[in-house]
Design a protein. Structure first.
Length: 280
């Protein structure tokens, strides 16, 4: 979990501890007895070692006479949940809702900084490539198959490539050109799409060659939206980073990755080589 999520959880725990003491429960054991909880749960919540559920908050506030704080603390719990959203929860009704949720973020962003070491970034994907990605996700996470609707929502993002005063700084690892998503024909079309996007004045597309000297761990993919939000995806969850000092680290990482990237004709040459690979 991000440092920000942990800090919020610890701050919540401190408030709960203060409520306990103000109510005359001098020890966690006393409150645990009153609530019928294990004593260890009180300690974990107060020290930010465990996420509180909304019912935990309601029970704690009721027992300590702090019911007026329930709405505020429940909002805090929900905020922590938003900082670390597991994919199974996000995708339980299908992928379209998650794609729709992203549109307002794209609408208000003016500067994008994207790092994708192993696959093509979503906004640059063709319909066939995106469909193959969602088919993989349906199989892996076992959520309802709404791939057609999800693809349509993902393609909606592409209008922002042509609207407003936006700048797209996108870095792909060379592996992204070769990760076979959807088969050879899909990959050839996708690589053609990348070449076309390089012609847009607002798009800066760099490729980090597989043999490039690197100045930072290539790590996981991340997407930066202005200097306000970074989204990091893992196999299990999506993390939202909003803490300024954490965003600064991603800004630094992106700058170092750029130093390993090639642009213009050298980048086109790498794309052509990948295209030739999928012609055989």
């Amino acid at each position: 979990m991000s440092n920000q999520a942990q800090e919020v959880r610890e701050a919540l725990g401190a408030r709960l501890r203060a409520f306990r003491k103000d109510a005359g429960f001098t020890s966690g054991r006393a409150l645990a007895y009153a609530l019928g909880w294990p004593e260890s749960k009180i300690s974990r919540l107060e020290h930010g070692k465990q996420n509180a559920s909304e019912q935990d908050i309601k029970d704690w506030c009721e027992k300590t006479g702090q019911q007026e704080h329930v709405p505020d603390l429940v909002a805090t719990v929900r905020h922590i949940d938003e900082l670390w959203l597991d994919w199974r929860r996000q995708l339980k009704t299908g992928a379209e809702a998650r794609q729709k949720k992203a549109l307002p973020v794209y609408d208000r962003t003016r500067v994008f900084r994207i790092w994708q070491p192993n696959m093509i970034w979503g906004t640059f994907q063709t319909a066939d490539y995106a469909a193959a990605v969602f088919d993989q996700a349906v199989s892996f996470y076992e959520f309802p198959n709404d791939s057609e609707a999800a693809v349509a929502r993902r393609l909606e993002r592409q209008r922002y490539l042509y609207e407003g005063n936006r700048v797209y700084n996108v870095l792909l690892g060379e592996q992204a050109l070769y990760s076979n998503v959807g088969g050879k024909a899909v990959m050839r079309s996708q690589l053609d799409r990348l070449t076309a996007l390089m012609g847009l004045a607002r798009v800066s597309l760099g490729i980090v060659p597989k043999a490039a000297s690197t100045r930072v761990w290539l790590g996981h993919s991340f997407s930066m939206f202005d200097d306000k939000l970074v989204l990091v995806e893992t196999f299990s969850a999506e993390m939202s980073v909003t803490q300024p000092r954490e965003i600064d680290l991603y800004t630094k990482a992106f700058a170092l990755l750029k130093q390993s990237a090639v642009y213009g004709e050298p980048a086109r040459a790498l794309i052509r080589a990948a295209h030739a690979h999928f012609e055989h």
